[in-house]
Design a protein around this ligand. Sequence first.
Ligand SMILES: Nc1nc2c([nH]c(=O)n2[C@@H]2O[C@H](COP(=O)(O)OP(=O)(O)OP(=O)(O)O)[C@@H](O)[C@H]2O)c(=O)[nH]1
Length: 127
Amino acid sequence: MIEVVCAIIVKDDKILIAQRSEEMKLPLKWEFPGGKLNEGEDEEQAIIREIKEELNVEIIPLKRLSSNIHDYGSFKIKLTAYLCDFIGGEIVLLEHKDFKFVKSEDLINHDFAEADIPFIEELKTLV
Ligand SMILES: Nc1nc2c([nH]c(=O)n2[C@@H]2O[C@H](COP(=O)(O)OP(=O)(O)OP(=O)(O)O)[C@@H](O)[C@H]2O)c(=O)[nH]1
């Protein structure tokens, strides 16, 4: 099983979501940015590194939210979300096709990766 961490980055009561590019797995799906844990890394180190690599910004993980296990058929992931504080930098899309900040009740209107669906309900009560 692949261990993946993703960041729930909140700014002005809105959540940052990113759209996967055509070249990535799950093309054009929306997701919470993040990625796979490297060997020897803990979840917080991984999320800080991934967000810097993908979006060129600095975050601080504040709180571990829930984990979802999802089987895509060809691969299975354990996806863990972290509520994060946006501490600085200008977003530069280094891997994704697009990004936006949306209200938690608006998440449902985006075509999310299936593994993310349980977070969408959870976030309505949190953000
Ligand atoms: N970062 C991120 N990955 C997610 C989310 N939901 C979800 O199913 N995933 C899946 O988790 C896997 C690991 O993410 P990644 O961002 O490191 O993947 P990657 O670009 O290295 O994938 P690839 O190089 O295998 O295409 C991907 O296959 C991705 O499709 C999510 O909300 N955020």
